[in-house]
Design a protein around this ligand. Structure first.
Ligand SMILES: [Zn+2]
Length: 382
């Protein structure tokens, strides 16, 4: 349903079950919970409708879950295959508790492509829904085939209608973003507007669920699930607003100013001594680098590992013990621009990056410094 492009490493994709049209398909662990809950809810409903035994009721409930998942998968394939046709690589499709998401390798290059990719999913759901409604009307009432067609109609109409709501992270929100982007020629304004509408959609969903439950139009058991949907939407919308603000600041990233200088200490130097010398230097916030016998930096002291050593032990521990080899750390070329830095950080998440000019190490980027630049009001989060 939603499509993800986050600045941080994505959530765990869950169990990989195979490939569809070459796209990796993952199942999230939360799916088991969904299967149980929806099976029980739907079984009750189906039993009352068809006058079935308890067992047959559960079978139909399970059938409903399977058709729901199949519908979500086809919806996501709509996004994934459209993206691929426009040259955007697809990392995978994940089916989880509240639907699914398609992960793409990069953002849509133009508002038009953004619009096409976001509407492809709901279009698939709408076509499936209309076909299933026709089948429901054509099949005789009270039969199992009629019941299955009805299930497909309900699930696809729900998926299509819900996703077309114009707030991020829903598909309709992406479409709204594309429209605002085209109008203002600024993608971030589009994201921010669609994010705020997304918050309104989340509040509206929660309010509607409560009203429907109070009027006995929604099973009380379904209320927590609906509120969870609303909460997920609220979070996703907030994330979008935040992402827009962060992305606006990408041009401010200047590696030459942001990187800390390197303070070299010879291999074998006690940690306390290395820290004392650095504190007396010109830049007490410099990164400690361990040099070999020829004076070449070979490793970098890991600040977290150094902090973890009690001060009383620091005179007795060599810097080497709390260092990481330079070869093992991700490197950023000194001339990289803001967008390039963010892409590198996204691909290789870490706490420290070596800034290099040719073979030389010219500085060290601390991810906390980058976070502070992008979100000055926020507490550093590394
Ligand atoms: Zn979608």
């Amino acid at each position: 349903m939603e499509q993800k492009q986050t600045p941080r490493p994505s959530r765990r994709p869950g169990l990989t079950v195979g490939r569809v049209f070459g796209v990796p398909l993952h199942l999230n662990g939360s799916m088991l919970l969904l299967t149980l809950l929806v099976t029980v809810l739907y079984a009750e409903f189906a039993r009352r409708q068809l006058d079935l035994s308890q067992f047959a009721g559960y079978l139909i409930g399970l059938g409903f879950v399977v058709s729901l998942l199949g519908s979500v998968l086809l919806h996501e394939l709509g996004h994934a295959l459209t993206a691929r046709r426009h040259g955007i690589g697809v990392r995978g499709i994940t089916l989880e508790l509240l639907g699914g998401y398609t992960e793409m390798e990069r953002d849509a290059p133009t508002p038009r492509v953004d619009l096409l990719v976001s509407l492809a999913g709901p279009a698939v759901s709408a076509v499936l829904g209309v076909a299933a409604v026709a089948a429901t009307l054509a099949l005789p009432d009270g039969t199992l085939a009629n019941q299955l067609a009805f299930q497909l109609a309900v699930s696809n109409v729900i998926v299509a209608v819900f996703n077309i709501l114009p707030g991020l992270p829903l598909d309709g929100g992406r479409a709204l973003r594309a429209a605002v982007w085209a109008l203002t020629r600024d993608r971030h304004t589009g994201t921010e507007v669609a994010g705020w509408v997304g918050r309104a959609v989340a509040l509206g969903t929660a309010a509607l669920a409560v009203v429907l439950t109070l009027n006995r139009l929604l099973a009380p058991l379904a209320l927590p699930l609906t509120l969870l949907v609303a909460l997920t939407l609220w979070r996703g919308a907030g994330q979008s607003v935040r992402l827009a603000r962060i992305s606006r600041r990408f041009p401010l990233i200047d590696l030459a100013r942001l990187a800390r200088p390197v303070y070299p200490v010879p291999t074998g130097t006690p940690l306390a001594e290395a820290q004392r010398r650095r504190a007396e230097g010109a830049r007490p916030d410099a990164a400690l680098a361990v040099t070999d016998a020829s004076g070449r930096p070979v490793a970098l002291v890991d600040p977290a590992a150094a902090d973890a050593v009690p001060p009383a032990r620091r005179p007795w521990i060599a810097v080497d013990a709390v260092s990481r080899s330079l070869a093992g750390l991700p490197a950023l070329p000194a001339g990289l621009d803001g967008q390039g830095v963010m892409e590198a950080v996204r691909t290789h998440p870490g706490a420290q990056y070596v800034v290099t000019a040719g073979e030389d190490v010219v500085g060290v980027l601390h991810i906390a410094d980058l976070a502070q630049l992008l979100e000055p009001k926020r507490k550093m989060n590394t």
